[in-house]
Every structure is written in C-alpha cells, then in structure tokens.
Design a protein around this ligand. Sequence first.
Ligand code: SAM
Length: 259
Amino acid sequence: MYKLFRGDCLEVMKSFPEARVDMIFADPPYRLSNDGLTCQSGKWVSVNKGEWDRSEGLASDHEFHLAWLGECRRLLKVDGTLWVSGTYHAIFSIGYALQSLGFRILNDICWFKPNASPNLSRRYFTASHETLIWAAKSDTSRHYFDYEAMRAENAGKQMRSMWSIPSTPAREKTFGKHPTQKPLTLLRRIVSASSRPGDIVLDPFCGSGTTGVAAVEQSRRFIGIDRSHEYLQLAKKRIESVRQQSDRVMEAAELYIAD
Ligand SMILES: C[S@@+](CC[C@H](N)C(=O)[O-])C[C@H]1O[C@@H](n2cnc3c(N)ncnc32)[C@H](O)[C@@H]1O
C-alpha cells in the first residue's frame, strides 16, 4: 500500500497526525545548484539540478532543515528512526539540526561510489561519497535494527559503516529520469535494516520514488511527498511496476496454497 502527496513537505507533514511513522528516509535538496560545473561521461556539464536545489544562504538553508526535520520528529513513533543523505553542502547543517532537535545519532554511513565521475579540473580530490546519517527519535528510543539481515548481506560478516554502492544504473531509469535519483541497492538496504514488514515508511522528498519502490517490494506501507507533479508521476510508475509484480507473486503463492 502506498500514497503520494504533492506539495511542500512541511505543509503536507503538518496535516498528518503525530507518532504514526516507523521510519523516514529523506534525501533533501543539497543546495548545491550554484551554477558551477562538473564532469559527466567525460564532459563538462552544469551542476544545477533544478530551482528547488538553489541555496538561499547558509542561515536560511539551516532554518529550512530545522523546520522539516522538526516535523519529521513529530511524525515518528517513539522508537522510530530517520535517515538523511547529503554531501558537505548540507550534511553538517543537518547533523547540527538533528542534535539541536533531540534526535540521537546512531550511525553516519559513508556511501562510497566506486564509479564516481573524475575531477576534470585536477584541483581537488574527486568527490566520490555521500554521508547518510541514521538517527533515533530520542535518547530513550529503542530503535529497530535487523542485524542478522545485514550480516547475511555482507557474506556472514558484520556490516560496517562504509558502503560501496555504484551510482544509479541506467536500467533503473527506464520509466524516466530524475537528476538525483538514488540507487535501489542503497534504499533496499536501508529499508531492510531499519523497518519491518507492515511498517509505515515516509519520504518527504520522494522524487522518482526510489524509497517507495524499496518499501513496497519489501511489504512496507509507503508515504511519499514531493513538490513536483512530474516527479510524482515517475514515482507512481516505478512503484506500480513493483506493486504489480509483488501482487502477482502473492497471487501465485495463494494459488499454490489452494492446490
Ligand atoms: C534530492 S531529490 C530526491 C530524489 C529521490 N531520493 C530519488 O531517488 O529520486 C529532492 C526532491 O525534493 C523535491 N523538493 C524540493 N523541495 C521540496 C519541498 N519543500 N517539499 C517537497 N518536495 C521538495 C524536489 O522536487 C526533488 O524531487
């Protein structure tokens, strides 16, 4: 089951009742669209992702993070957890906001992209990672972690906080493109590590719906919010495709049981 809402996530979240959500994954605007250049397939291209990603200055960007994270905290159940992804453009402000609001940081994951584009300017190290902060609602939260699933995924060894996952492959873009679409491997791991079947998973910046796909595939209930109608259409197509597949598997299982 899933539901998609179009609008500003702050306003949409304010309309939801408190303490009903088990897990939140948020991939907010990193505010890095500053007319700079980057390299893609060996060519210089603009770093701009869209107007929604433009910085409004350090103080205003921090206020924005405080506001939406505050709403997320209100929506989380007492034992709920929240994940946020970001690069250095936003992640330090987000980390400070999380601590100011009373979240307890559980892990900071380094998501290493082994296929990151080279740095054409040769004046910096090649940016090849993002940070994922995983936090519990408060100091007293008894958060859920599927330790065994993570160990099994890591060939029987404890899963570490450094994840090597390539950036989103072309085969995950067959329904259309989003400029900052996250890879399914990343979201599948997050959903499986920190939520149970039947749980409510929320993504306030759902974009192309990657969190929804991973959640619905793994029998979680999903709520996605985005300002863009176009991105929500894409999210709907992607989530519907896996929902129909999982429904077919369920139907086949029921037929098998009936025989
Ligand atoms: C970094 S992208 C998320 C990408 C997503 N994780 C995916 O895999 O496709 C951020 C998204 O937030 C949306 N957005 C930006 N500001 C928003 C706001 N205030 N409320 C709701 N959505 C917003 C943008 O339209 C964009 O799709």
